[in-house]
Design a protein. Structure first.
Length: 231
């Protein structure tokens, strides 16, 4: 068992080293760092801040209505900072942001070059199932976050993010409970854990089962799957 673990760890280290060798840092025309990954600039090589502001501006109306944001793709975080600046101009400091990024070396490179960003949690995993195994992610989805995709990251990791948005796992209530903290949603699902219903049946008739906020979790997952069809 120890030998197998060592081999797995070695493979992970080699993969991280391989990814790291693919990342270059360029300097934009106005002096900002821009990561180059697999020959793709993840931000504008001219003005990454202006580009990020333009991206966030497209969602002004939606942003006003939300306090939870799910961002697909980290890059060097210019779009995340633009979102936070927008929220601050709206007088909002009570918000939470989760960023999903598949490339560990990019996350490491970002953290080596920039300080941590307020109210932002980055989740990195090569397998989509590892993201959904995080209780914090599942609880976060209960709040129906606004989903914002970083275009360059989406193009670079198209299959990964489509898999994330259309993720399908065990439909049993017990499976969902195993990934949740003990909040109101957890308690509502726990009441019917031993029933014959699966998630698909629950989603079709939430009012009859009196699930409370668990309905919003199901709606969040459904909304994300719908977005995948639009991408």
């Amino acid at each position: 068992m120890e030998g197998a673990f060592s081999i797995l760890r070695m493979r992970q280290m080699l993969e991280t080293k391989r990814q790291s060798s693919q990342i270059e840092i360029k300097i934009s025309k106005n002096g900002h760092k821009v990561p180059l990954l697999k020959g793709i600039h993840l931000h504008s090589i001219y003005d990454p801040i202006k580009e990020a502001e333009a991206l966030i501006h497209r969602f002004d109306e939606s942003i006003k209505e939300k306090k939870y944001f799910l961002i697909l793709g980290l890059g060097f975080g210019y779009h995340i900072k633009a979102l936070i600046n927008k929220l601050h101009t709206m007088g909002d400091s009570d918000f939470k942001i989760i960023v999903i990024e598949p490339n560990k070396s990019l996350v490491d490179c970002f953290q080596d070059n920039f300080p941590a960003i307020e109210n932002v949690t980055i989740f990195q995993a090569e397998q989509v199932s590892e993201i959904y195994a995080q209780r914090k992610v599942v609880d976060f989805l209960c709040h129906l976050p606004l989903v914002l995709a970083h275009p360059a990251s989406l193009n670079l990791h198209d299959h990964y993010f489509k898999s994330f948005l259309s993720f399908s796992s065990d439909n049993s209530v017990g499976s969902v409970l195993s990934h949740m903290s003990k909040n109101e949603t957890y308690q509502a699902l726990q009441r019917i854990e031993n029933s014959d219903f699966d998630i698909a049946n629950i989603a079709s008739s939430p009012s009859k089962l009196e699930l409370g906020r668990s309905y919003f979790l199901l709606k969040a997952i459904d909304a994300m799957a719908s977005m995948c069809r639009e991408v």
